[in-house]
Design a protein around this ligand. Sequence first.
Ligand code: SF4
Length: 409
Amino acid sequence: MADSRPVSIAAPRRRGRQVLPTDQPPEGATSPDAKPRLSFAVPVAKGKAPRHLADLDLAGRKQALKEAGLPAFRADQLSRHYFTHFTRNPADMTDLPASQRTALCDELLPDLLSQVRALKADQGKTIKYLWELFDGVRVESVLMRYKDRTTLCVSSEAGCGMACPFCATGQMGLTRNLSTAEIIEQVRQAAAASRDGELAGGPARLSNIVFMGMGEPMVNYKNLIPALHRLTQSAPEGFGISARNITVSTVGLVPLIKKLATEGMPVTLAVSLHAPDDELRDDLIPVNSRWKVGQLLDAAHEYFEATGRRVSIEYALIEDMNDHAWRAQLLADELNKRGHGWAHVNPIPLNPTPGSIWTCSRPQVQQEFVNTLRRAGITTTVRDTRGSDIDGACGQLAAEVLQQERRLS
Ligand code: SF4
């Protein structure tokens, strides 16, 4: 006779070693007592990023030119050069009167990002850029070529206030939000680099954008939304990238997930979950102290219902911390109880750091985690980790370059 007793997830919790996030100071900490604090406060920036056409819609660009005493109708041509030909160089704009080119570019296409480093990895199929902004703050973006697409991972903030203990950016705290144009300029530079064949394999079209670089994009919501407009609207308004090819990742700012669902832009939502139980997630993702796993998954499911876009659940597998089979089962149960086929789980093997509490799961443990999810009917794809030989995790390159410069000074 079949055993009809309810399956309990409580008993298996006792099995297996449990390492907790607080066992050692956060990665990159300089003091043994260091503990980054969750902060929603955006520090006051030192000045404002120069105004750029990507901060404005087409009507705003026309208005800006008019106010500067320049012909408003040139905003259209200027925008096409920027969003279609990926240039801000007056010499390329031969359809504009030579006498006006420099003035038009000075007015709406100021220099926003200076390249500090560009490091290649994965046989030239990945390039990680470190950029310096007008006020000296630095951000990263990573360009990756895959078989079927070319993807840019962009930063939306300099640093991050979410304080996730496994993340180099989280240890820096938040310096400031990026302006819309500072986000878009990362894309323009990457689109030009792809077209010009800087990635191994020859010229490519930048097709996908993921907001998974430095920062929590939802904290910078007011600049994120115009950035999504510039990405998705076609020229002269923007790049014309399909919303389906854009992913916004969040650690779980529930009210803003709900708001994003109403914006009418069906971008993919990626939820950095990393633990299906509040007990662990409270320590692993400090924002969980505000919005619990259940609230977050409810909001993610609402997002799916509103947009029809399947939600990605990101899950970094950390040895003995969150990689237990019972957690995979609990995750599957939490997803299945809200419906079927609405979420896709991406387990991500953490970059190995031998001896650290933040190390990757053993291969057989990772496989068991994946098998448990699949047996429960959850679509699961282990994510390719790119750039692990160039400080692949967000914020690591910026932190490393800063240390090198300090050693040299
Ligand atoms: S993992 Fe993301 S949200 Fe958490 S501290 Fe790092 S950048 Fe911020």
